[in-house]
Design a protein around this ligand. Structure first.
Ligand SMILES: *Cc1c(COP(=O)(O)O)cnc(C)c1O
Length: 357
């Protein structure tokens, strides 16, 4: 098998990366132009006067353990958004290469591609098959300048898992031809381990995971790219040298241990029950035409009168996401599952507004 790096930008493969100050904790640091004293009130462990260690081994170890992969398969970044950006920059030559996306989907793939000057080829999901992957359409759309296929499973905003066997067939058919990136930001809500167990089998597979959703750490900004070690090393060359703030690293290590894992599992259990209750309740409103099945922590809701629903939820101080500008989603809103109290308030407001029509 050829190296997956054959797909990467040749100029990145030969780039001399920025050489950051050596990390040698046994020596006192007079090599990074930092202040030798902490700021007043700095109660961090590491001291915020010091630059953070790039890709700290204990953080990488924790993420590898959470996601069941080898540490050499992990790149940590500021959310999975950073990994999306690094992938496009590492693999797509501006003005020459392209990515495939499958709308309606997460907006960052297209934005990251455009920022890099890469082309975007759209192969829409099949709405009449429950927003299923158009496997034949992706294969037909592939050409040698396509370097990445972005798949989102469960897909944001439609909520459904994509067919795992179809994704595997794409990994095989596009081996040596394109990177298959599976964004699993919501996989913890889907009751399946996702694609990380298959990383050893397909060197052109990359999986995006995040602590922002199931681990309740969106403000910490930490996500991971799980991929072949060659891809991880390549992207380590282009990630900014001190990408992960010390406060993020310390928070993640503190808040993802065994106790936090148990708590996350319990919150997910409550959320999944609430997701069902919310779906059933919404279905009963005359303002709702259809609630799409969800494998995530939100529902895609097709409304008969979306403006009325938006106004109703706003009247009880809630906000939901308008998806009407997305292709194939007329009248659709995306509603995150909240606490039982928030969901109750939302249902009551929509029921009352529906009764007045
Ligand atoms: C929320 C989300 C992300 C996550 O992003 P972070 O940058 O890790 O916070 C990634 N992909 C999708 C599809 C999302 O909805």
């Amino acid at each position: 098998m050829e190296s997956v790096l054959k797909l990467a930008r040749p100029d990145i493969l030969t780039l001399t990366p920025y050489s950051h100050a050596a990390w040698l904790p046994e020596l006192e640091r007079l090599h990074a132009n930092e202040m030798p004293w902490r700021a007043e009130g700095d109660d961090s462990e590491a001291g915020l006067n010091r630059y953070p260690e790039p890709q700290p081994p204990d953080l990488i170890e924790r993420l590898a353990e959470l996601y069941g992969v080898d540490r050499h398969q992990v790149l940590a970044g500021r959310g999975s958004d950073e990994a999306i950006d690094l992938l496009v920059r590492g693999f797509c030559r501006a003005g020459q290469d392209s990515v495939i996306i499958c709308p309606p989907t997460f907006g960052m793939y297209k934005v990251a591609a455009k920022i890099q000057g890469a082309g975007v080829v759209e192969v829409p999901l099949l709405k009449d098959k429950g927003f299923a992957l158009d496997e034949a359409g992706i294969l037909a759309a592939w050409h040698p300048a396509i370097k990445i296929v972005f798949l989102c499973s469960p897909n944001n905003p439609t909520g459904n898992l994509l067919d795992a066997t179809a994704i595997e067939r794409l990994c095989v058919a596009l081996r040596d031809k394109a990177l298959i990136v599976v964004d699993e930001a919501y996989i913890e809500f889907a009751g399946t381990p996702g694609f990380s167990p298959l990383l050893d089998k397909y060197s052109n597979l990359a999986v995006l995971r995040t602590l922002s959703k199931a681990y309740a750490l969106a403000g910490a900004r930490c996500g991971a790219l799980l991929a072949h070690p060659e891809i991880v090393s390549l992207l380590q060359r282009i990630i900014p040298p001190y990408a992960l703030p010390s406060l993020t690293v310390e928070s993640v290590l503190r808040l993802t241990g065994p106790k936090a894992q148990t708590e996350a599992a319990e919150h997910i259990r409550v959320l999944l029950a609430e997701r069902e209750r919310l779906a059933t309740g919404l279905q009963q409103s005359s303002l709702v035409r259809r609630v799409w099945p969800s494998d995530a922590n939100y529902l895609l809701v097709e409304c008969t009168d979306a403006d009325k629903v938006i106004a109703a939820v706003k009247s009880v101080k809630l906000i939901v996401r308008d998806q009407r500008a997305q292709p194939m989603l007329p009248g659709c809103l995306r509603i995150s599952v909240g606490t039982p109290d928030q969901n109750q308030r939302l249902l009551a407001a929509i029921a009352a507004a529906g009764a007045r029509t």
